[in-house]
Ligand binder design. Structure first.
Ligand code: KG4
Ligand code: ZN
Length: 311
């Protein structure tokens, strides 16, 4: 990958404790040209070397998406190259291919981010079936919301997992739908349990609370992933999305996969949290297959992963 520039808006969103769509869109507008210039300079190339432009056009906040899509259209028109609209989740799901281009198909992907927790049966490139998902909060949201209850600033997931390193998972928090036969998740009960625990135990040990929360989330993610892989009969698992940065999750999945004789392939760390590199990766696959869009391409707030075109 020649370059992968990220303009983080975390500091901006910390002030409001979350993403305000209007604020996010304006920040995209300010960053888009400098980011494109930086990406070209990091890659040691110029515009004329570009053969196609991939851009996230779904799903997401329309204000932010349309900044990227408009810039991509202008560039594509100026350079007379194709434009390729990419589904954000497909890019997360295929990001492990950057670590191993020959991951066997079909396989199972655990996609865990701030907005999504999905178990995706990857039948082939562009062919996906969601076999399990969160019924309420996403895994990243569970990290962030419980981190907030413990006093960490937004988005909190990383800070909570850093604090967990010096603690022990001594508190038994609910993992959600534990006794149900399902491949779905539910993390809203964890948030409530943590809130109650803090109220009932004012002198609690922060590191132990963090380790226990992390354990509850990771244990159920690991268990459901293995159950799904077994029921689908696949022996390769991948993990992707912002929460896949979490080393406790990577270790837990690695150990469980090993026990079952399965192979785990994790997305490279720099392609886990939202980034353009993973969009470019899917863009190049679709470009090679001749699947390009026109400059009348639109962006969409909602779009199903299962409805993308097979590559
Ligand atoms: O994929 P991503 O960058 O954005 C979305 O598409 O949602 O994921 C961001 C999420 C946030 O909830 C963040 O707290 C979480 O990933 N995250 C982590 C860690 N690093 C980022 N969660 C747990 N442990 C981490 N080390
Ligand atoms: Zn994402």
């Amino acid at each position: 990958m020649a370059s992968n520039v990220i303009a983080s808006q975390i500091e901006l969103h910390q002030k409001t404790g979350g993403v305000v769509p209007e604020v996010a869109a304006r920040a995209h507008l300010e960053s888009i040209v400098p980011v494109i210039q930086q990406a070209l300079s990091d890659a040691g190339t110029d515009m004329n070397a570009i053969q196609g432009i991939a851009v996230t056009n779904r799903p997401g906040l329309i204000g932010a998406l349309s900044v990227g899509v408009t810039a991509a259209k202008a560039l594509a028109a100026r350079l007379s190259v194709p434009i390729i609209g990419i589904h954000h989740l497909e890019a997360h799901v295929l990001s492990p291919l950057a670590a191993d281009a020959h991951i066997s198909m079909p396989h199972l992907c655990l996609l865990v981010s701030g907005g999504h927790t999905e178990l995706v049966h990857v039948l082939g490139l562009g062919r996906y079936t969601i076999v399990g998902q969160s019924r309420d909060d996403a895994a990243g949201e569970a990290f962030d919301k419980t981190a907030r209850l413990l006093g960490f600033p937004y988005p909190g997931g990383k800070a909570l997992s850093d604090a967990a390193r010096s603690g022990q998972p001594t508190i038994r928090f609910p993992q959600g739908l534990e006794r149900e036969e399902t491949l779905d998740f539910s993390f809203s009960g964890l948030k409530t349990a943590v809130k109650r625990y803090i109220q009932d135990n004012p002198s609690f040990v922060l590191a132990d609370a963090c380790a226990s929360i992390q354990h509850a989330i990771v244990a159920i993610l690991t268990r459901r992933t293995i159950e799904a892989a077994l029921s689908l009969g696949v022996n390769t698992i991948t993990v992707a999305g912002g929460v896949a940065v979490n080393s406790y999750l990577r270790e837990s999945l690695g150990l469980a996969a090993k026990r079952e004789g399965m192979k785990l392939c994790s997305a490279p760390l720099d392609l886990c949290t939202d980034n353009a590199g993973m969009i470019g990766l899917v863009g190049s696959l679709r470009l090679q297959a001749g699947q390009v869009d026109t400059t009348s391409m639109d962006c969409f707030a909602r779009a199903e992963l299962e409805e993308v075109k097979p590559i």
